[in-house]
Design a protein around this ligand. Structure first.
Ligand SMILES: [Zn+2]
Length: 77
């Protein structure tokens, strides 16, 4: 297994525990393939839920990096 493949699997595992719709923690066994949130009722394939969480985190990280870059340019350019 390559490092990229391993990293991808770790990200999917970590993203499984959160509801991508409301952000609440959802505990479920790895064998459970469907994400069902008791808090908001959101139901979706477990891998899709994990992928949505990863995408949201990536977008937030990208936005924060852009904002930091902009702030740095304002103060130090
Ligand atoms: Zn939810």
């Amino acid at each position: 297994m390559s490092n990229t493949n391993l990293s991808w699997r770790v990200c999917i595992y970590l993203g499984r525990g959160l509801c991508s719709n409301c952000g609440d923690t959802v505990k479920k066994a790895l064998s459970v393939r469907v994400h069902r949130c008791d808090h908001c009722g959101y139901t979706v394939d477990g891998d899709e839920n994990a992928t949505r969480n990863m995408l949201q985190r990536a977008l937030v990280s990208l936005f924060q990096n852009k904002m930091l870059s902009y702030a740095y340019d304002c103060f130090f350019s």
